[in-house]
Ligand binder design. Structure first.
Ligand SMILES: Cc1ncc(C[n+]2csc(CCOP(=O)(O)OP(=O)(O)O)c2C)c(N)n1
Length: 301
């Protein structure tokens, strides 16, 4: 498998017609969750811009389909993500109302209003909150896998992948054959610094050197689901996903168009699958649903 640092394209590692290896019903569910995550983030942005949130927010716009794809084929696991995790929580069945309350700092939030955007957690779905120390969720996830009798998902960013404790964790997981899926949402940015400025190696190359199965791919959700499904039978494994952060590292601003617009590409694939009308209906239905959820929750004090 190709492990080159500069491979950032919307087709990197793409398997032709991979979406057709899944059912249409699958595509509809995947698109529904993607829309839910995306429109949820737009509502977070609106509320944040109105000054309703006291803590920094970390939006996943542009990356919202990644956890949707993972959760569609990898479930009943413990989850250790980092600061950009609203979509992880929602995709794995976290209660959206508790997430709204958390972001508003309410005691009814999923972390009792004390964690905020950066530390989303939910015992109900087995999701642990992040401490703020980049990448520390990875060794903690490996430790959990040693003790727990179930698969573990850990999600990091491309900058967190540079923390030294990641390597010990990967090495221990492969040595002990622990059922951990390591996912890197590689948006090529450590806040504003691009990866080639920071390092000359890839996570995929490093993982393979340690003896872990690993792939490095673009962020097509069907492609992600394909690899996650295969890897779930041979854990531990690493999947590095080249993606694009649509908004600022923290906050709701935008520095310009992303390198590619995966959401638009997903809609193109839905069209190719003969699901264009269904996709449009889902999009407007979910947008309205999410707007209503927020409006109702904001009315409560
Ligand atoms: C150990 C440590 N170093 C630095 C920081 C400051 N910091 C917070 S987030 C961040 C960038 C994170 O980038 P990445 O892991 O790629 O995730 P992304 O924000 O792109 O989703 C940095 C440098 C930190 N929180 N912890």
């Amino acid at each position: 498998m190709n492990c080159e640092l500069e491979q950032r394209t919307p087709t990197f590692g793409l398997i032709s017609d991979v979406a057709r290896t899944f059912t249409k019903d699958y595509a509809l569910k995947l698109f529904t969750q993607t829309c839910f995550n995306r429109f949820f983030e737009f509502e977070v942005k609106k509320a944040y811009d109105r000054g309703l949130m006291k803590l920094p927010i970390y939006l996943s716009v542009g990356q919202e389909h990644i956890p949707a794809a993972i959760a569609s084929v990898f479930s009943d696991c413990l989850i250790f993500a980092q600061h950009r995790a609203h979509s992880v929580y929602l995709s794995f069945g976290g209660d959206p109302l508790q997430l709204i309350d958390e972001l508003l700092g309410r005691r009814t939030g999923c972390a009792r209003g004390m964690g905020g955007s950066a530390s989303i957690q939910s015992p109900q779905i087995g999701m642990f909150g992040h401490s703020g120390l980049m990448g520390d969720q990875v060794p903690i996830a490996v430790g959990a896998a040693l003790g727990a009798n179930k698969p573990v998902l850990t999600v990091m960013g491309d900058a967190s992948a540079e923390e030294d404790y990641i390597y010990g964790a990967l090495g221990f997981a492969v040595t002990k054959k622990l059922p951990v899926l390591f996912v890197c949402e590689d948006n090529d940015l450590s806040i504003l610094t691009r990866t080639p400025v920071r390092r000359s190696w890839t996570l995929c190359g490093l993982a393979q050197g340690l003896g872990l199965p690993a792939v490095d791919i673009t962020d097509d959700p069907w492609l992600i689901a394909h690899h996650v499904r295969q890897f779930s039978l041979q854990l531990p494994a690493v999947i590095n996903i080249r993606t694009c952060r649509g908004l600022w590292h923290a906050g709701s601003g935008c520095d310009g168009p992303p390198e590619w617009d995966r959401y638009a590409l997903i809609k193109d694939t839905m069209k190719t699958l003969g699901l264009e009308r269904d996709a449009l209906a889902i999009e407007s239905d979910i947008e309205r649903t999410v707007q209503n959820l927020w409006a109702e929750q904001l009315r409560k004090s």
